[in-house]
Design a protein around this ligand. Structure first.
Ligand code: NDP
Length: 286
């Protein structure tokens, strides 16, 4: 039976360090790091994520500014708000909750956020800097997964890693970070042929596709480490991941549960990035 990789415990430990550092920053520089989260529309899943981010900020002493817009807001109005936040010294991090309504271009919105306040690391400048290994911010979910692997002492160097899903926010940067850590990485997607056989070769499998219980036991080799990024709400209200947890955990050596695995680490990395943005801001003024 696989050991559970507990994201709640790890993120609590990291948050304790962040809390101390936030207090130190306040005492020494008189600065309270601030995160602005913009939400457009009333998507219930987004509302839950935003509420969790707000609670996490309060928990570590980061100031949280929530800006809620109705569905009909124009792109111009949203971009104006981002311009305003870019200039606001109280705000070190800006996050626009995705997805956005169809009338608003995600690309233009992401590119409008100042790269120094882009704590999601979605801006093309930050993506480029990650690609060449010269970055300040790492994207929250992939960086949170690396922290989890490190915390549990899971060897990455030289291992065969399969990432399923190639989104800009999870899969692609995940493959980059695992490559940077000297894993041999295969990035799979919906057009990948022989996915089952590819997965069976993996020492570490990271699944981020948004399909409930997609990864079955016969796709996993004995002793593999399985990281489940997926969040899928079933009709009965239950949350499940992209991994068939019961059968895969009988075969894997270590596995993340859903909830309580990757999710808390994503938010913790966001807090870490906001603290870092505040520190970099202070350094820019010295
Ligand atoms: P996207 O929808 O942006 O991307 C999904 C990816 O999965 C695509 O690359 C797609 O391939 C691939 N895919 C879809 N079906 C298959 C299949 N049958 N076989 C192989 N690949 C497939 O998703 P995200 O990356 O944004 O999110 C993925 C999941 O992770 C979601 O459940 C989301 O809720 C969750 N999530 C969880 C977070 C957390 O903190 N725990 C944070 C962010 C996301 P193609 O490119 O070919 O279409």
């Amino acid at each position: 039976m696989a050991e559970i990789i507990n994201g709640k415990i790890v993120s609590e430990k990291i948050r304790a360090d962040i809390r101390c550092e936030v207090q130190k920053l306040k005492a020494t520089a008189g600065i309270i790091p601030g995160l602005a989260v913009i939400v457009v529309g009333g998507d219930p899943a987004s509302a839950v994520y935003v509420r969790n981010k707000h609670k996490a900020c309060l928990d570590v002493g980061i100031e949280s500014y929530q800006i809620q817009y109705p569905d009909g807001i124009s792109e111009e109005e949203l971009l104006r708000k981002i311009d305003e936040l870019n200039l606001d010294d109280r705000v070190n991090g800006i996050l626009v909750q995705l997805p956005l309504p169809d009338n608003i271009s995600e690309k233009r919105v992401i590119e409008r956020i100042s790269p120094e306040k882009d704590v999601d690391a979605f801006h093309p400048i930050n993506v480029g800097r990650i690609t060449v290994g010269n970055y300040d911010f790492l994207p929250c979910t992939p960086a949170g997964i690396i922290s989890l692997l490190d915390y549990y002492g899971i060897e990455i160097c030289g291992k065969r890693c399969v990432v399923i899903g190639r989104s800009n926010i999870v899969g692609k940067p995940m493959a980059l970070l695992m490559t940077e850590r000297n894993a041999t990485v295969t990035l799979c997607h919906s057009r990948t042929l022989n996915l089952d056989a590819i997965c069976r070769e993996a020492d570490i499998i990271i699944v981020a596709i948004g399909k409930a219980e997609f990864l079955r036991a016969d796709m996993v080799k004995d002793g593999a480490v399985v990281i489940d990024v997926g969040i899928n709400r079933m009709e009965n209200g239950k949350l499940v991941g992209d991994v068939a947890f019961d059968e895969v955990s009988a075969k894997a050596s270590m596995i993340t549960p859903v909830p309580g695995g990757v999710g808390p680490m994503t938010i913790t990395t966001l807090l870490k990035n906001t603290l870092l943005a505040a520190k970099l801001h202070i350094m820019g003024h010295i």
